[in-house]
Design a protein around this ligand. Structure first.
Ligand code: BGC
Length: 420
């Protein structure tokens, strides 16, 4: 039993607390493209954390994997002078929005939570514009994975392919057994995701950098690129007729159900397996894509914060940034999303072996200069260049009558598009 005086004090203190929370409570509008099963489950955690602080989440979700549609919607809203509080933006686009003076300064939250210490320095740099934090990172995705149905593999007594030749001979056996070897969706970003994986697998990290990041004409004209293009086009023969315009998560679902054996995709695909109740090793395998076991294509999701006027809205925006970098969120979000935490101090004991491997590869590949940014996922080149290369790759996949040399020509033309 509390003494009346103490009780009164406690009640007043609690009332004060509730009052401050509700006085400062505001809405945070967040643009993102996380609409698949695993993605929606992950973003739910952020909504929950914000709600716990009394803030209201306003969802600005624009579906379409890879974010092309979402970013188009963002451009329109900013042009109308109504930016959201936060938007899922990555890599060089953060700098581009910073240059336009559109982003808010998060330095006070960053110094309070010691982001400079918590983040790998290369990641911290990506989140800053002219030395000031304007975005908060969420995770690290590894792109160069091959997801394999354990059932399908067992049906043909196969093993994870280590080389492209092994991939194709496994594919032949799967097809004979009536299983679609490769689940895929013929959408520009999915084709580009597969292409960058093939370029890395065929040419290695140095070639990847020269060809896809520096857009160096000599690398694009090389025999290595011809080989990458022909390997990429050969994959098409291992997909099914339904691939046209199939969403990535529907392709993953084919692997989950054992209708298809494999899928090339970043580890957001693991979020789908987990959301469907499947477990790595028991139901599915995560293997490095052929030829890429010693390399890592990284894709870091982040939220850039837009400059707002209302002080309450600014507070809510900062609360969101703080929540994203909290160990609680970094852990639970990434457990659902398939990625690994970007904050280095977060404990990985609860994570599965795919995530543990990803984390070990992230560190090891950075030491041997084999850690490369995803071009398909907008981490490396300007948005105009990225769109041009993506279109070229989409045409290469779809124009069966063209030659591999024509493909080189398309890439060379795309490489000439100036950075925006
Ligand atoms: C994002 C992932 C997302 C995936 C599919 C990628 O560009 O980085 O977070 O899950 O697209 O939508």
């Amino acid at each position: 039993m509390l003494y009346p005086k103490v009780r009164r004090k406690l009640v007043l203190a609690l009332l004060g607390c509730a009052l401050t929370t509700s006085l400062n409570a505001a809405e945070v509008e967040v643009l993102h493209w996380w609409t698949s099963g695993g993605e929606a489950k992950s973003i739910q955690e952020l909504k929950r954390l914000l709600a716990a602080q009394g803030h209201k989440w306003r969802d600005f979700a624009v579906g379409g994997g890879g974010g092309d549609q979402a970013l188009e919607a963002l451009r329109k809203r900013v042009e109308e002078g109504r930016p959201p509080a936060a938007a899922q933006i990555k890599g060089p686009s953060i700098q581009a929005w910073g240059k336009r003076g559109a982003l808010a300064n998060l330095d006070d939250v960053a110094s309070e939570q010691r982001w400079d210490v918590q983040l790998p320095s290369a990641v911290a740099e990506l989140m800053k514009y002219q030395g000031h934090y304007v975005a908060v990172p969420v995770n690290v995705h590894r792109v160069n994975w091959l997801w394999i149905s354990r059932d399908a593999l067992q049906k043909v007594s196969g093993r994870s392919p280590q080389s492209w030749e092994e991939f194709f001979s496994l594919g032949d056996r799967l097809r004979k057994a009536g299983i679609v070897p490769l689940a895929h969706g013929n959408q520009p970003w999915q084709n580009f995701t597969t292409f960058e994986i093939v370029v890395l697998g065929v040419g290695g990290p140095d070639f990847y950098r020269k060809a896809l990041i520096q857009l160096d004409p000599t690398a694009i004209k090389s025999d290595t690129m011809l080989k990458a293009i022909s390997t990429f086009r050969r994959l098409k023969g291992y997909t099914d007729a339904g691939a046209n315009d199939r969403d990535w998560n529907r392709a993953t679902s084919m692997v989950i159900k054992g209708e298809a054996a494999m899928q090339f995709m970043g580890d957001w695909a693991k979020g789908e397996f987990l959301a469907a109740g499947q477990k790595p090793l028991k139901d599915f395998y995560c293997a490095s894509a052929p030829g890429t076991s010693r390399a890592f294509i990284f894709n870091i999701d982040s939220f850039a914060m837009f400059r707002l006027q209302d002080p309450k809205a600014v507070e809510a925006q900062k609360a969101m940034a703080r929540a994203v970098m909290s160990p609680e969120f970094q852990s639970i979000f990434n457990l659902n999303k398939g990625s690994i935490p970007v904050a280095t101090a977060v404990n990985l004991d609860n994570f599965d072996h795919c995530a543990q491997e990803s984390s070990a590869y992230f560190v090891a590949t950075s030491m041997i200069h084999a850690l490369v940014p995803s071009v398909a996922h907008k981490m490396a080149i300007s948005s105009a260049q990225q769109a041009a290369v993506q279109n070229a790759v989409h045409t290469i996949w779809n124009k069966d009558e063209a030659s591999n040399e024509d493909g080189v020509g398309l890439l060379l033309a795309a490489a000439k598009v100036p950075a925006d």
